[in-house]
Write a protein that binds this ligand. Structure first.
Ligand code: HPA
Length: 273
């Protein structure tokens, strides 16, 4: 058996396990990035499934990533939430990084909300803040799609984007818009790399999201994404960055982030029957 077959079997196994847990009833899937786990704690009637109990589900060793799937409701809408994700820089492959998203798509879940922590490059933004991702630049050096899978121009759905903007306005949460540049990590960027990212038109740099967005869109899901801009990117920041500060800033943003996401769910997601 070659590696492609093994990986596909692992995804099928995970999909069937999730189906048995009732995940196919979820109206939308969420992936929560570093320090953004508190959103999952707001779900009503929640069931928590540690990744360790899901065969084939890779588990992150990065602090700030809880490593469990949460199935629960917001105002009558059943959601499935990945509380923590894995990254390329931990040694996971593209298939492993995107396996759970592929399973969500296989179960027929139509809407995916991706979130992450990122460094910001726009000097006019007061940090920390939230940014809706309008498009991305993939400099992770790993092709997210398998050979033969159709790629789409921009993975992020503009109608969902507008609903997110409107939700932000409604609840009075500041939401910037910008392009996310995905880099491999885990080292933070050099000031020269951050200048390159700015010249390329990016407003934020981070180490996740692009593969999941690309795969989900290719599989027919509608994708929305939001970055928690936790820190000024290297060179803009006067002090060296570290992950603990990123997680801390993510937590400081958590209540705004949760209010925005809840408003978005109520606007963009249909209640379950
Ligand atoms: N760079 C890359 N990833 C990040 C950053 C950053 O400055 N902050 C949070 N995640």
């Amino acid at each position: 058996m070659n590696t492609t077959q093994q990986h596909d079997e692992a995804t099928e196994c995970l999909t069937e396990k999730l189906r048995a847990l009732g995940v196919a009833e979820a109206r939308a899937a969420f992936v929560l990035g570093s320090g953004l786990g508190p959103f999952a704690d707001r779900l009503q009637n929640a069931t928590r499934i540690p990744y360790a109990e899901l065969a084939g589900m890779p588990t992150s060793g990065v602090p700030g990533h809880e490593g469990q799937l949460v199935l629960g409701e917001i105002e009558g809408r059943l959601l499935v939430v990945q509380q923590g994700r894995v990254h390329f820089y931990e040694g996971w492959s593209a298939r492993q990084v995107t396996r759970c998203v592929r399973s969500f798509a296989n179960l027929g879940i139509d809407l995916l909300m991706l979130t992450n922590a990122a460094g910001g490059m726009d000097p006019s933004w007061e940090l920390p803040t939230l940014m809706r991702i309008t498009d991305h630049i993939n400099l992770q050096g790993r092709p997210p799609l398998n050979r033969g899978e159709a790629s789409q121009a921009c993975p992020y759905d503009s109608e969902l984007g507008e609903l997110m903007d409107r939700s932000a306005q409604k609840v009075g949460v500041e939401l910037q818009r910008g392009i996310y540049m995905g880099l491999f990590g885990p080292t933070y960027e050099t000031p020269a790399e951050v200048r390159m990212a700015s010249w390329a038109g990016a407003s934020a740099v981070g180490m996740s999201t692009v593969a999941e967005a690309t795969v989900a869109r290719s599989a027919g899901m509608r994708v929305a994404a939001v970055s928690a801009i936790t820190n000024p990117a290297a060179g803009i920041s006067k002090t060296p960055l570290n992950h603990a500060e990123v997680v801390e800033a993510g937590r400081a943003l958590a209540s705004r982030f949760c209010i925005l996401l809840e408003a978005f769910v109520e606007t963009a997601v249909e209640p379950n029957p």
